[in-house]
Ligand binder design. Sequence first.
Ligand SMILES: [Zn+2]
Length: 286
Amino acid sequence: MKPTPENPAPADAAERKSVDPVICYPIGTLPAFDRPYFESARHGMTLVDTVVVQPRDASTFSVPAGHFFRIVCSEGPQVGDLNLWNANDLGERFFSGKTRALHGTHVSAGDRLWSNLPHMRPMATITFDTLDWYGWDQYGGGVHDVIGTRCDPYTNLLLNGHEYHHCCHSNLTRALAKSAGMSLSDAEPYVHDVLNVFMCTGFTADTHQYFMKASPARKGDYIEFFAEIDLLCGLSACPGGDCSVSHSSEEAQCFPLRVEVYETKASERREWRPPGRSTYSRNHGV
Ligand SMILES: [Zn+2]
């Protein structure tokens, strides 16, 4: 949304702008997604826990390392805002920005969800996505983004001048406070930028502003993850519903989301090793 320029283009402007882009973070050196392993493991798994996240609310759930979990649109199209914490250290949490830098604006099967510095390791791997057919639409939109932050009451107050208490940020704060036995003020700083599951988003072609459009998810669609470390997860069923019109209000039709946690059979778990934290020395040049 850059303003009309005040400065005239230089004589070589076209030449400067025509330079080819390069990928900032080529990921060819990362271990490849082991699709055969995950295909085998996910077919032998057993459902061990189910959590229903109510509309305009959030719940937490635990997933031991080596287990799978699914987020299911159980009744209709519904966007979810997902937070991930190391179950044994809430200071290690999902790093949306670096995940975006590594895997792009939207994620699907084969992509990893990375933790913050200095931990910097995969917290989860996406192993199946019933919406992977969507790809990119004519607006440049895609599903499951790591570009939005989460709807929150501060931005809503700033832009709309009133308080709304069931934004995803507040839902996640209440859920974490209840789960961890914290006060709201103690829990709030642990809530972080999310993975927007089922949300269809992109940037407009003219102003590059963040847009949303009706989620293409339908009843029964799901996205599946493999927990690389012990996880405490928070999931909010966004008050925007399918995010076709608005959020941060009571206007949209909302549905619950169902979480299913699956235990991997023991023979498959033996072949998998949890990732260690980054081995960077943390010397920082001193
Ligand atoms: Zn939301």
